[in-house]
Design a protein around this ligand. Structure first.
Ligand code: ZN
Length: 78
């Protein structure tokens, strides 16, 4: 799903689950902690992360040397 907002991962057992609601992810982490004593983590905002990366590659931040000229997203004719 492209609109997943949080991915819960557990390095102890390889758990990986994606959730569309942060609250669901949070309760999954708490449940998993209680059930197994593991220490799962979550990765938030997969979407915005992608957008941020695209922005970097397109040189949107405006600093010289910031854009990645190898990226198809890079345009110097803006
Ligand atoms: Zn685990």
């Amino acid at each position: 799903m492209a609109d997943e907002r949080a991915t819960v991962t557990c390095p102890d057992c390889g758990l990986e689950e994606s959730f569309r609601k942060l609250a669901d992810a949070r309760s999954r982490i708490e449940d998993h902690r209680e059930e197994t004593g593991h220490d799962p983590t979550w990765e938030l905002g997969r979407l915005s992360e992608g957008v941020e990366r695209a922005g970097d590659e397109a040189g949107i931040c405006g600093r010289s040397g910031c854009g990645d000229e190898e990226s198809p997203l890079f345009r110097d004719d803006l």
